[in-house]
Design a protein around this ligand. Structure first.
Ligand code: PLP
Length: 397
């Protein structure tokens, strides 16, 4: 049961999204909703589109839907692909599996490369599959950049290179839902055609915005085809966005928050934001190892800097640990999803976060082990502290 109502102090929301919404963003949203067809709104849109371009690493267009990330997944598919099209996807975890299920429901023929949920998509497999596809039947390669269920980050530049080495014309679509604004990401430079994102992770907003960054090639595919669509149609959005407006009522107050969040990312600097996430992830992994526990991600080059999924010792239930941490210490940790249920818990270290918030989080986990009777070595906290003290913040070196 959620205990915050009876507890003093602040709840620790250490799931890998939705993330803690900074006070600055909360205050920015706490304003009257304005006319979404008036001049003030057009100025707001212009600022947002510019800021989003920087975060995605692209020029316009970035399309903003009032939706969750799942809506932005659907928009990517229905604008570019048609029923019967073949696509290549990778079983990196729960979210890749959900996107695959959506693709199948929409009539795509998915070639789903199996995986063990402990690593990212294999660039070698991309190259091999596409090299075999002499007819160009595969219309898109669809990859989850940061698999939020497992804490493994796929290597998108290598996947791009693999497509190019196979001399294949498939679109590259990337789910950046839990990486955008937290892990280095470059839509244009990496040759991504559709980047899918949403508001409640690295952008530090409440849920409610779904995003698509779109290449010229994806726009051309949308012009020529795609599926029947209305709400998710890019063309209508782009036409209206050109003058600062939307074809239907936008989520105005979330857009106020987005403007503020983009300002925060700009002030800190994206490189510093990425370095901060890398540093907190390393401190977390040092704590996990000191506890004598195993990190789910088995490929060190693919460790996520957004979250760490921790494997429970055999015979111990991750959900019992999470319940103990919530009721005793008022902290939410991420649940193990689908086949990982009960076997792992996830520590989110993403978004508006600093050293002491991380130490509070790790202390909550270590205390949780004790109260829930989970066998562990002590010393995780010390290992993380030692690392954070020896590795100054990027802006202090
Ligand atoms: C990688 C990834 N893709 C897709 C989704 C689905 O997004 P939403 O729940 O906002 O629809 C999530 C949600 O956590 C996610 O982490």
């Amino acid at each position: 049961m959620y205990a915050a109502a009876t507890m003093s102090g602040r709840h620790f929301l250490q799931i890998p999204g939705p993330t803690n919404v900074p006070d600055r963003v909360l205050r920015a949203m706490d304003r009257p909703t304005i006319d979404h067809r008036g001049p003030e709104f057009a100025r707001l849109s212009a600022e947002i589109f510019e800021g989003l371009g920087t975060v995605f690493g692209t020029r316009w267009p970035v399309i903003v839907f009032p939706s969750s990330g799942t809506g932005a997944w659907e928009a990517a598919i229905v604008n570019t692909l048609k029923p019967g099209d073949r696509v290549l996807m990778f079983e990196t975890g729960h979210f890749a599996t959900l996107w695959k299920k959506m693709a199948e429901r929409l009539g795509l023929a998915v070639d789903f490369v199996p995986g063990d949920w402990r690593r990212g998509a294999d660039p070698g497999a991309v190259e091999a599959r596409l090299a075999d596809d002499r007819q160009g039947a595969v219309k898109a390669v669809m990859v989850v950049h940061n698999e939020t269920a497992t804490g493994a980050t796929s290597r998108i530049p290598q996947i791009r290179q693999a497509i190019d080495r196979a001399r294949h014309g498939a679109l590259l679509m990337v789910d950046t839902i839990s990486s955008l604004g937290s892990i280095d990401y470059r839509h244009a430079e990496w040759g991504v055609d559709v980047s899918v994102a949403c508001s409640q992770k690295g952008l530090m907003l409440p849920p409610g915005l779904g995003l698509n960054a779109v290449s010229d090639k994806a726009l051309a595919a949308a012009k020529q085809g795609g599926m029947p669509r209305s709400y998710w149609d890019w063309e209508e959005m782009i036409k209206n966005n050109k003058t600062g407006f939307f074809p239907y009522t936008p989520a105005t107050n979330l857009l106020y928050g987005l403007r503020e969040a983009l300002a925060m990312l700009r002030e800190e600097g994206l490189a510093a934001v990425f370095a901060r996430h890398v540093r907190h992830a390393e401190a977390t992994r040092r704590a996990v190892r000191a506890w004598g526990l195993e990190i789910l991600c088995a490929e060190p080059t693919e460790y996520s800097s957004v979250l760490t999924a921790v494997m429970m010792p055999p015979g111990h239930d991750a959900d019992a640990l999470r319940a103990a941490v919530l009721s005793r210490f008022d902290m939410s940790l991420g649940v193990g999803l689908s086949k990982l249920a009960g076997k792992v818990f996830r520590i989110g270290h993403v978004g508006d976060f600093n050293d002491l918030m991380l130490m509070g989080t790790l202390a909550g986990v270590e205390m949780g082990f004790t109260v829930a009777g989970v066998p562990h070595r002590t010393g995780g906290i010390q290992a993380a502290m030692a690392y954070l003290c020896s590795e100054p913040r990027g802006d202090q070196q």
